[in-house]
Design a binder for this molecule. Structure first.
Ligand SMILES: Cc1cc2nc3c(=O)[nH]c(=O)nc-3n(C[C@H](O)[C@H](O)[C@H](O)COP(=O)(O)O)c2cc1C
Length: 220
């Protein structure tokens, strides 16, 4: 740890005030695609990366591998990758949906000061396969869960995170020269948001509203 946080030495009691703050954090986390031109202090991002190491993972395998996409050529390749995949995706929509899709901003790759590719290392010896023998995909789930922790904790410092998935993963692996056993889970844009909202951009643009579908708990 780098001094930004010191942990309680006894099990903490999370009081109502904390619960209310945490509920607000969940409600005000957003997928952010518009960033102001202001760097993120290295100490801050390092602290957040330290903290997310505490995220849960199958067999405690911690299979996430972070790559910072910082070189000009790598960023250019990433933008080209997105452009190509996005125009292919657009071709799959017709009529009004195509018009709406074309108007959406689906990445923040132009301005985000930090850009990361996060992989899952399927060859990690950590955890010795515990919990992932019948469901190898639990390694990927672990990385996804860690990203959720990152997303929320970054937001607690006012940082915005945007997940970009309209990409060709194999091309990204080639661009970033990562081992074959690494699977791309996410590309994240990170920086200071241009604007803040309590509702998702997908709702504001009329693409997809929140529904109750996921709230239903089946009784069996
Ligand atoms: C796995 C995953 C992939 C996503 N990929 C994209 C993407 O490529 N482009 C984009 O604009 N948003 C992407 N998003 C963000 C979602 O659109 C966003 O989470 C959703 O609309 C709800 O908005 P909110 O995160 O602001 O609550 C992705 C989110 C997840 C979890």
């Amino acid at each position: 740890m780098n001094g930004l946080t010191s942990f309680a030495q006894q099990p903490p009691k999370f009081d109502e005030e904390f619960q209310a703050h945490f509920a607000n954090l969940i409600a005000w986390r957003r997928d952010v695609r518009r960033f102001i031109e202001k760097p993120v202090p290295e100490q801050l991002i390092n602290h957040i990366l330290d903290m997310v190491q505490l995220a849960p993972s199958v067999g405690n395998s911690q299979p996430w591998r972070w790559v910072s996409i910082s070189k000009k050529a790598s960023r250019q390749a990433l933008r080209e990758n997105f452009k190509k995949c996005n125009s292919e995706a657009l071709a799959n929509y017709k009529g009004e949906a195509a018009q709406l899709y074309a108007s959406l901003k689906l990445e923040g790759l132009d301005k985000a000061p930090l850009q990361f590719a996060i992989f899952c290392d399927h060859a990690t010896p950590q955890g010795s396969g515990l919990g992932s023998q019948t469901m190898p995909e639990t390694l990927d789930f672990s990385v996804s869960g860690m990203i959720s922790t990152f997303w929320l904790y970054a937001r607690a410092f006012g940082l915005g995170v945007g997940w970009v998935s309209i990409l060709n993963p194999e091309e990204i692996k080639a661009t970033l020269k990562v081992p074959d056993t690494w699977k791309l889970i996410a590309v994240l844009c990170v920086g200071w948001p241009e604007e803040e909202h309590i509702d998702p951009e997908m709702e504001r643009c009329g693409w997809q509203y929140r529904t109750e579908a996921g709230r239903i708990v089946l009784e069996r």
